[in-house]
Design a protein around this ligand. Structure first.
Ligand SMILES: *[C@@H]1O[C@H](CO)[C@@H](O)[C@H](O)[C@H]1NC(C)=O
Ligand SMILES: *[C@@H]1O[C@H](CO)[C@@H](O)[C@H](O)[C@H]1NC(C)=O
Ligand SMILES: *[C@@H]1O[C@H](CO)[C@@H](O)[C@H](O)[C@H]1NC(C)=O
Ligand SMILES: *[C@@H]1O[C@H](CO)[C@@H](O)[C@H](O)[C@H]1NC(C)=O
Ligand SMILES: *[C@@H]1O[C@H](CO)[C@@H](O)[C@H](O)[C@H]1NC(C)=O
Ligand SMILES: *[C@@H]1O[C@H](CO)[C@@H](O)[C@H](O)[C@H]1NC(C)=O
Length: 548
């Protein structure tokens, strides 16, 4: 072959790689009520294809995931794919600001791509307090075969979905919140939907002696931070919320609501059974959930001596600081403004969000910068797309700085806009006595600092501007602050929410609208053909593609 011919062939192969569509994974989900007993007592739960927790979505970077959801509940339903960035595609993000809910007795097909991401994530239902009844499951994004992973292939992979749990149904919890009261303390903690209180002896997972396993741990609960540990088995942290981490060894991990970790555990101890334990942190009375793992052909029960959880905030803060990004590991990772060096990019805007809680007309409400969010019947994204946003909401009713007094909480639809592709610093300040956990949909951000006290510009000198991990959920300890940085390069309407289900339900969330000035398909997809429409746009003709 001549050099020209080789060149043409290479071009042609490159073309095929570009043109060829990424593989599709298809799922059909039948969502129903069913009996579950995470705390040993029967109660009504939300099942997916009869399962609680729901089935795993096992995907590989860049796969297209198609999930046809049949809603056989008696309520509207939406799922969010927590941590999946939905590039150009807030249409599929599954919150009431982006999608019309799936009506009972109908089905809707989600279609999204797990673009340039790896790691352990999960999905959950977002309408009302449905998450308190189940409907959650693991969402795994494997590295593509050609991309090296910074550790040897584990023998197997196991999900560990942990969460606090209420014995009351989600509807009861909802009506308590609607009546203006809080839902109080949870009744227990589950691991994968069960709590092995009595020590049934039944192992949920088995390990072969000498082999190493990956455990994917996520806190799918409603309000409590959980400490997770395995009797006698240290954990090597390898990934967190999409970032390969520096591989430190931990005896236990604090997992805040909405966060995930992947760890490696080697079965190199006496071959018998062991407890996995998840217990609440920072609560007066600790609640504990247990599950058993065993060795193949292992003999002997798990010891009843449960390892204790650490005490106090400082431990947790130090653990946060020990999480570092492995800068040399190759993987899809955020590349703000074409540079991996996020610490060298100039900040164009600083937004400070302060959370508060107060009564409004005698009813409990939670707020960000004094505004407690109210969902609209017309999803914000649809209103914006149809050019009718002024009929549905007002942009920027809160400023970049919180008002002097946070006591007067106002109920309103809370939408901020940011300029496409700008690099922004967000400070979360938590003056309350309860821990917060914030998630930003559509993005992964650099969590550069978490510190006690209040934030001031001088605190920037304490930021980790080198190897903070890029993640989707950050905790803010009581009377503390956290700082994150990111480039707003994913056009769409994105939910910023407290992962604390009570806070979120009662208004501690907002939306960030990011519009690309060119309205180009390169930056954002058009309204999908199958997208449900509702509210004021229901009977309107669909705008001819506004993006091209
Ligand atoms: C969903 O499950 C329910 C209860 O098992 C069953 O009655 C129904 O036929 C199922 N629907 C579909 C679409 O599979
Ligand atoms: C998940 O997908 C990976 C990659 O395709 C495959 O190797 C693995 O066996 C799958 N695991 C399960 C539990 O389906
Ligand atoms: C509902 O399910 C049917 C049968 O699988 C499918 O053909 C149809 O496209 C689905 N409808 C929506 C809106 O996803
Ligand atoms: C980071 O990743 C590299 C490349 O895969 C690996 O060799 C190295 O051991 C990792 N470093 C740490 C500290 O985990
Ligand atoms: C950031 O700002 C500094 C000071 O204004 C300026 O000197 C520098 O060139 C800017 N860097 C970039 C990458 O824009
Ligand atoms: C925010 O939206 C308003 C109203 O559409 C617009 O005038 C303003 O330019 C936008 N600001 C940004 C930063 O995009």
């Amino acid at each position: 072959m001549t050099r020209g011919a080789i060149f043409a062939l290479v071009l042609c192969l490159m073309g095929a790689a570009v043109m060829g569509e990424d593989p599709y994974l298809y799922f059909t989900w039948n969502v129903t009520y069913g009996t579950i007993s995470p705390l040993g007592i029967d109660q009504q739960g939300i099942l997916i294809n009869g399962q609680f927790p729901g089935p795993e979505i096992n995907s590989t970077s860049n796969n297209n995931v198609v999930v046809n959801v049949f809603n056989n509940l008696d309520e509207p339903l939406l799922f969010t794919w927590h941590g999946v960035q939905q590039r150009k595609n807030s249409w599929q993000d599954g919150t009431l600001g982006t999608q019309c809910p799936i009506a009972p007795g109908t089905n809707y097909t989600y279609k999204f791509q797990v673009k340039d991401q790896i790691g352990s994530f999960f999905y959950y239902p977002t309408v009302g307090m449905q998450r308190a009844a189940g409907g959650f499951g693991g969402l795994r994004i494997n590295s593509r075969l050609l991309i090296p992973v910074p550790y040897a292939d584990p023998e197997d992979e196991y999900w560990v979905l942990i969460g606090d749990w209420y014995g009351k149904s989600h509807k009861t919890l909802q009506s308590t919140l609607d009546s203006g009261r809080n839902i109080g303390r949870p009744d227990g903690v589950h691991i994968n939907g069960k709590n092995d209180v009595v020590g049934s002896g039944k192992a949920i997972y088995t390990m072969k002696p000498g082999k190493t396993y990956k455990y994917r741990i996520c806190n799918v609960g409603l309000k409590d931070s959980l400490n997770f540990r395995i009797q006698g088995h240290p954990m090597k942290l390898v990934e967190s919320e999409g970032s390969h981490t520096v591989q430190n060894i931990y005896d236990s991990l604090d997992v805040h609501v909405g966060q995930c970790f992947s760890v490696l555990v080697t079965a190199d101890k006496e071959p018998k059974s062991y407890y996995m334990v998840a217990s609440t942190r920072f609560t007066k009375k600790a609640l504990t959930g247990k599950a058993i793992i065993s060795y193949t052909n292992g003999v002997g029960p798990a010891s009843p001596l449960i390892p204790l959880a650490p005490v106090g905030w400082a431990w947790s803060l130090n653990q946060f600081r020990s999480f570092r990004w492995n800068l040399t590991a190759s993987a899809a990772r955020p590349n703000p403004q074409g540079s991996y060096h996020y610490g060298q990019i100039n900040i164009t805007r600083t937004i400070k969000f302060v959370n508060s809680v107060s009564n409004v007309n005698g009813k409990l409400r939670y707020a960000i910068n004094g505004v407690s969010h109210v969902d609209t019947e017309t999803p914000l994204k649809l209103a914006e797309y149809y050019g009718l946003s002024d009929k549905v909401f007002k942009y920027n009713i809160i400023g970049d700085v919180p008002p002097a007094s946070l006591d007067n909480i106002k109920l309103a639809t809370n939408v901020l806009n940011t300029t496409f592709r700008t690099f922004i610093e967000i400070i979360f300040e938590n003056p309350t006595k309860t821990i917060q956990s914030y998630n930003l949909a559509g993005y992964s951000f650099f969590a550069v600092a978490v510190e006690p006290g209040t934030w001031s510009p001088e605190k920037r000198k304490n930021y980790n501007l080198l190897d903070a991990i890029s993640r989707h959920t950050i905790q803010v300890f009581p009377k503390s602050w956290a700082a994150i940085m990111l480039t707003f390069d994913n056009a769409g309407m994105w939910n910023l929410r407290s992962e604390n289900a009570e806070n979120r339900y009662l208004g501690q969330q907002l939306y960030i609208s990011v519009l690309s000035p060119e309205r180009s398909l390169r930056d954002e997809y058009n309204l999908p053909e199958r997208q449900l429409v509702c509210g004021i746009v229901k009977d309107l003709p669909r705008p001819t593609p506004s993006y091209s």
